[in-house]
Design a protein around this ligand. Structure first.
Ligand SMILES: NC(=O)c1ccc[n+]([C@@H]2O[C@H](COP(=O)([O-])OP(=O)(O)OC[C@H]3O[C@@H](n4cnc5c(N)ncnc54)[C@H](O)[C@@H]3O)[C@@H](O)[C@H]2O)c1
Ligand SMILES: O=C(O)C[C@H](O)C(=O)O
Ligand SMILES: [Mg+2]
Length: 562
């Protein structure tokens, strides 16, 4: 281990900086020989603990925190002190701690960021200082081959809780923690980035403690130039890095992916990750319902980044199963704030247009005062096989809507996947009860099993966390130049292939408890697809073995204390 010793003005060592370096620090896990060698003699209490003992103590300390937000803050402090110990605790208790470091508690940590602030993690890039991007990355001291992954956000649409300004950095931190815990992405080779372009949230702008740029969001040419500069700088300084985009607003998420997806190694999690994990859950559900993919009819409630990303993915799946492209598009109905989207509506977004209905299709339907059909009317008329919720509207899937789904098809597929819990369209218990156990359900958050009529229903967590870690690992292991549609499809099929949903009450997706194993399988499928699609820059002879060899484990190098 490299010995870093800070000296005072007289040249004597002060607090040895290895204790302040989260990757070097082992705290009381340092053996006596390591303590002496690192200039730590007398600087730690004399007992030497194993990593397991440290992890047990840290876990107990975490349990003593009064609520989930306090647990999140405790774990983040551990993350900042001893990164290996943090990942040891996280991987040992993944099912319990994923909801703390990630969704849903991360939403609260983001909202309270400026008030809970302790120390910075990640790189903060400001739209007001675009020329500093390179300088800021250079402070990391990492070379061109040292970075595998950068997660960035401009925080305009964090989860379902909207514009969060600089606090959004915590979604990048949380996504990276999942990459490491789930897929063993090396945490020394990743960077979280806040692209601080301002915020339109009044409460933040007025909060004297708010830590981000105190102005409204920069949009238009200056925003575009900032994003372009970020992409150019990040990819030239770290040419091997996958550039993950998270929680951008609907006006930018797709636009950036479409504009730069052929030039840079970009992955938009809310569109591509969510599209693929939802496809995986639908593939499992279709095995149960027996309605082939080509005959599915999809109603999307909340036609934003995630909703239309999923619609595109499911439409492509129908086409692969034999539907003509035009017919597949016509098997999708989008409902947004206005109601059912129809051609000629004034405020349609570009990406919604292909799915907007001919007003003639809805002749005779009940409509509201502005002439659009409601979700309930759309479900009653269309008799969809799949109802997807990506609207952030808590409770939007009412009993009437769920009953209408169950009337229209034998085994309705109902996925209220808005996050966090306060935004979910319906709770699984209600969906199962109202559909009399017929609905095939997945949601974005972790929920306990549901008991209904003598059957235990395990509820799939259709959160992109079940898929993106494997996609990232597969991309890194294959050195893929792009994340292609074929790689995403392979990932979705690999995830679906890991469950048999045909038993009564079975989950549509693998459980979080198996996430490490399932991410390795997903990554292997992604490596194979990258090779087949000729985007891989390395082609391991045994992809499964290469994936496992690449997975980082939270252990002290050299063994530590035993
Ligand atoms: N489970 C997952 O993996 C996953 C992944 C991505 C996003 N999400 C969730 O999906 C939700 C949407 O995220 P997004 O990034 O697509 O946001 P977005 O802002 O792009 O989309 C939300 C859409 O819902 C619409 N909407 C708002 N109020 C509505 C109403 N009353 N009726 C109908 N539509 C309404 C908005 O107009 C917008 O089109 C969030 O809650 C997010 O957490 C879940
Ligand atoms: O972050 C999550 O939990 C999933 C998704 O990316 C979202 O924005 O909700
Ligand atoms: Mg997201």
């Amino acid at each position: 281990m490299e010995i870093i010793v800070t000296r005072n003005s007289k040249g004597s060592p002060v607090t040895p900086s290895v204790l302040a370096d989260p990757f070097g620090n082992r705290g009381v896990g340092f053996t006596q020989a390591e303590r002496d060698g690192l200039g730590l003699t007398g600087r730690l209490p004399s007992a030497v603990l194993t990593l397991e003992q440290q992890a047990e103590r840290a876990y107990q300390q975490m349990l003593e925190q009064e609520d989930d937000l306090a647990k999140n803050v405790y774990l983040e402090q551990l993350h900042d002190r001893n990164e290996i110990l943090y990942y040891k605790v996280l991987t040992d208790h993944l099912v319990e701690l994923l909801p703390i470091v990630y969704d849903p508690t991360v939403g609260e940590a983001i909202e309270k960021y400026s008030h809970e602030y302790r120390r910075p993690r990640g790189v903060f890039l400001s739209v007001d200082r675009p020329d500093d991007i390179g300088k800021a990355f250079a402070t990391l001291g990492l070379g061109p081959q040292d970075v595998d992954l950068i997660v960035c956000t401009d925080a305009e649409e964090i989860l379902g809780i909207g514009d969060q300004g600089v606090g959004g950095i915590q979604i990048a931190v949380g996504k990276l923690a999942v990459y490491t815990a789930a897929a063993g992405i090396d945490p020394r080779r990743v960077v979280a980035v806040s692209l601080d372009v301002g915020t339109d949230r009044e409460a933040l702008l007025k909060d004297p403690l708010y830590l981000g740029n105190r102005h409204t969001r920069v949009r238009g040419a200056d925003y575009d130039a900032f994003i372009e500069k970020y992409l150019r700088t990040a990819s030239s300084m770290f040419p091997g890095a996958l550039l993950h985009f998270e929680d951008f607003g609907p006006g930018n998420a797709r636009r950036i992916l479409e504009k730069y997806g052929d030039t840079y190694r970009i992955f938009n999690d809310d569109m591509q990750g969510t599209g693929a994990i939802t496809l995986a859950a639908v593939l499992s559900a279709v095995e149960v319902s027996g309605v082939p993919m080509r005959d599915q009819k999809l109603v999307v409630f909340g036609a934003g980044t995630a909703g239309v990303g999923i619609a595109d993915e499911l439409r492509d799946a129908m086409v692969r199963d034999g539907t003509q492209p035009g017919d597949a598009t016509a098997q999708v109905w989008l409902v947004d704030k206005q109601g059912l989207l129809t051609r000629g509506m004034a405020d349609l977004r570009d990406f919604q247009r292909p799915y907007a209905r001919d007003p003639a299709d809805t002749a005779g339907w009940a409509t509201g005062k502005d002439g659009a059909a409601s979700l309930l009317e759309t479900v009653r008329r269309v008799r969809p096989t799949i109802l997807l919720g990506t609207s952030t509207v808590h409770g939007a899937f009412t009993r009437e809507v769920v009953e209408a789904m169950a009337e229209g098809t034998e085994r309705p597929i109902i996925f209220p996947i808005s996050n966090p819990t306060s935004r979910i369209e319906a709770m699984p218990q209600d969906v199962i009860t109202w559909s009399r156990g017929k609905a095939l359900v997945a949601v974005g958050i972790p929920v306990p099993p549901v008991e209904y009529d003598g059957t235990t229903y395990r509820i799939a967590q259709a959160n992109n966390a079940l898929l993106y870690p494997g996609v990232g690992l597969g991309t890194i292991v294959s050195g893929a130049e792009r994340v292609t549609a074929g790689m995403l499809l392979a990932a979705a099929q690999a995830v679906a292939g890991q469950v048999d949903a045909t038993h009564p009450g079975a989950s549509l997706l693998p459980p979080v408890a198996d996430l490490r194993e399932s991410s390795a399988n997903t990554a292997t499928a992604v490596v194979r697809a990258a090779i087949d699609e000729a985007v891989a820059t390395t082609a391991p002879a045994d992809p499964a073995q290469a994936v496992r060899a690449a997975m980082w484990e939270p252990v002290y190098a050299g063994g530590g204390a035993s």
